[in-house]
Design a protein around this ligand. Sequence first.
Ligand SMILES: [Zn+2]
Length: 118
Amino acid sequence: MDQETLKEFKGLLESQLEALLRDAGKTVSEMTDDQSNFPDPTDRASLESDRNFELRIRDRERKLIMKIRQALERIEHGTFGECECCEEPIGIERLRARPVTTLCIDCKTEQERKEKIG
Ligand SMILES: [Zn+2]
């Protein structure tokens, strides 16, 4: 992959990471600010499930943040855009759609097939 394209992906990943970190910070402060009393048990229950929902979202965000950091590391190490399974280049269109991907479409399809059987 040429330097120009790498730079493009680096910028893309960095802005994604920034947006995620900003949102994650917002969620945390919203949760800690929220010390209000809910005398009605139904309100309390719905508040609890909202929190569970937020925590799940944050778990997914955390994983995505990790993936983006790993992708940025691959850019640094010059392995970005290589399939980690067969070491063939991952298609540029596939990378544009999902820059954190580590598998080419063939290996990904194979992996999903195995997961379905397993
Ligand atoms: Zn592959």
